[in-house]
Design a protein around this ligand. Structure first.
Ligand code: GUN
Length: 295
């Protein structure tokens, strides 16, 4: 079994982004900028936000962090997002999820404009993804595609099984795999025989949030197995895959931690670079347009 090392792939990708951030600063005299908004004090979210801040620093992206108390009203969060949306110096906006009750993500996320939606959660980005049009794609599934690519794993024609149908991972994962010509099955809590579906997979993606749900009996000999799970069991981080059992059957397997997690953050950096570069291209286009109209 070969470990799919997300730490190494993420470091390589971040290294490739650094010159893009430098070039942007040199050309336009300002830094690429990512704004991160955290509402409340969920301990896991705080760690994620800190990791994102550190990744920005390493790549050379300016990060603006907004920490709002859990009691912040929907109107106040939306008003901050509107201000960031208006600010041409901000290229990417991320609202850390989950939001504390009673805040509802769906309505609030709609205040992040598509071109700054570096999480790739907006209806327009998801719609474009499904139609294979240019978009900012959600970071965890696109990070998985990048990790596979960097390890020379081609998904074309492969039978891919995605376990989990969340908006953040399962659904966009299925779309990216389909766009890459895999034959895709999505399993979920109502799937009749999960084991039977999983054992047919050449590529198995586990994204359900249930510790060690995927045992060796659910994995085909030689399958590629990607574990998106981040579960706490007795204080220890543990994936959706029973690592010790599945390592005997899989050809490639992601560790938890050090697999998918670092790729998510690296792809967020990539989306921010893409959004920043696109914003200046659009700015230039808007400036040029009146001239070409005169001709
Ligand atoms: N919470 C867990 N994963 C994510 C993510 O990818 N983006 C945001 N914004 N929040 C998350």
């Amino acid at each position: 079994m070969i470990l799919l090392d997300g730490k190494a792939a993420s470091a390589a990708l971040r290294g490739e982004l650094r010159p893009r951030a430098e070039e942007f600063l040199k050309r336009y005299g300002r830094r690429m900028t990512l704004a991160v908004v955290l509402v409340g004090d969920d301990p896991a979210s705080k760690i994620y936000v800190e990791n994102k801040r550190r990744a920005c620093e390493e790549v050379g992206i300016r990060s603006l962090n907004y920490f709002l108390p859990a009691e912040t009203s929907e109107g106040e969060v939306c008003s901050l997002l509107d201000t960031l949306a208006e600010d041409s110096r901000v290229h990417g906006i991320l609202l850390q999820l989950p939001l504390p009750a009673p805040l509802e993500a769906e309505r609030i996320l709609a205040h992040i404009p598509t071109e700054k939606d570096v999480d790739g959660f907006s209806a327009e980005n998801i719609g474009n993804l499904i139609q294979r049009l240019p978009c900012l794609a959600p970071c965890t599934p696109s990070g998985i595609m990048e990790l596979l690519k960097r390890n020379g794993i081609c998904v074309r024609g492969k039978r891919a099984v995605v376990v989990g149908r969340s908006n953040i991972v399962g659904r966009p994962m299925a779309a990216l795999l389909l766009n890459a010509d895999a034959t895709v099955t999505v399993c979920h809590s109502k799937t009749v025989n999960l084991r039977e579906e999983c054992v047919r997979a050449d590529l198995l993606i586990a994204a359900v949030g249930k510790a060690r749900l995927i045992g060796a009996d659910m994995v085909k000999e030689g399958a590629v197995v990607v574990d998106v799970g981040m579960n706490r069991v007795n204080g220890k981080l543990c994936g959706d895959v029973d690592f010790e059992a599945v390592r005997e059957k899989a050809s490639y397997l992601t560790p938890v931690p050090g697999g998918v997690g670092p790729m998510t953050i690296a792809m967020l950096m990539k989306n921010t670079c893409d959004a920043a570069e696109r914003s200046v291209r659009n700015e230039l286009f808007r400036k040029i347009q009146p001239i070409s109209a005169r001709i």
